[in-house]
Design a protein around this ligand. Structure first.
Ligand SMILES: [Zn+2]
Length: 286
């Protein structure tokens, strides 16, 4: 009996340890990982990966994590590197894991985004009403927006913001550091899983192919940082575009044979279902 109880206790301890380590795995602390010069990837915490640039006269942050703890850790991590104030926060697009933390940054920060991204802040998202229009939250929404491109300056340091078109959503921007040839692309790239297209935000996979192609033609970045993947090269972006084109061709072929959505999905891996559904709906106009 005693042995059984001991075994039970051990099993319980193992379970607790597993749960704790799983929790730790889910939210590792926020860290800054140097990419080159004064450009860092903002990793860990809750929410997507982002970026930090230490400019001559201040700091620019890319995407804002999701909760106060992660924002506090972000601000502390920046303070360990520099005394310069955070001047700009650029939201690459409007998904919660990229914008929810805005409200925990100091009010003195200027929030910047593409105009369509700002519009999305105030729309219903996945059935949830937006609270960004509340007077206490408005100061944390983008107060500077742009249409096609815009430069931000921190003293002599130039940061380029580009909009290359519709894709993951309709308001995805690329933050480009020309001196370092590093681009932060938000969720316009995924690895290990297919590209996510938010049809509910009018994202579109066919447009995304054009958008990423235009990006490669316009900027000569050789490193690309994104929300949910490791740093990648131009070749990786090209492969990502190609994999999307191949899926689109395959879906087109199947639709041409009058296959239903279910029959089309059966021809793909389970983790491709979301993207294939988007592609199918785009082709059939549903
Ligand atoms: Zn996203």
């Amino acid at each position: 009996m005693k042995t059984i109880r001991n075994t039970g206790t051990i099993l319980l301890l193992v379970l607790i340890c597993t749960l704790l380590s799983a929790q730790n795995r889910e939210t590792p602390p926020v860290t800054l990982e140097k990419v080159s010069g004064d450009v860092y990837q903002l990793m860990g915490g809750s929410g997507s990966n982002g970026g930090v640039f230490i400019g001559e006269t201040g700091v620019l942050v890319i995407d804002s994590k999701m909760n106060k703890e992660s924002v506090d850790q972000t601000i502390a991590a920046v303070k360990e590197i520099t005394d310069k104030p955070i001047k700009y926060l650029v939201n690459t697009h409007s998904d919660g894991d990229h914008i929810m933390g805005n409200r925990y940054f100091p009010k003195s920060v200027t929030f910047v985004a593409h105009k369509n991204c700002r519009d999305d802040f105030f729309k219903v998202n996945f059935g949830r009403e937006s609270d960004w229009g509340e007077p206490e939250l408005l100061p944390f929404t983008p107060s500077v927006t742009f249409n096609n491109n815009m430069n931000l300056w921190l003293g002599k340091d130039k940061i380029e913001l580009h909009y290359f078109g519709v894709g993951h959503t309709t308001g995805d921007c690329v933050v480009y550091f020309p001196d370092e040839k590093i681009a932060f692309v938000g969720d316009q790239y995924f690895s290990g899983r297919p590209q996510l297209i938010h049809s509910n935000k009018n994202g579109n996979s066919f447009e995304h192919v054009k958008t990423l192609t235009k990006m490669l033609e316009t900027i000569d970045a050789d490193k690309f940082s994104s929300g949910h993947a490791d740093l990648v090269s131009r070749d990786d972006i090209k492969k990502h575009i190609q994999s999307m084109i191949e899926r689109q061709k395959k879906v087109k072929g199947l639709v041409g044979q009058d296959k239903t959505m279910e029959q089309v999905l059966a021809e793909f891996e389970e983790n491709e279902a979301r993207l294939v559904t988007s592609i199918y709906n785009e082709i059939t106009g549903k």
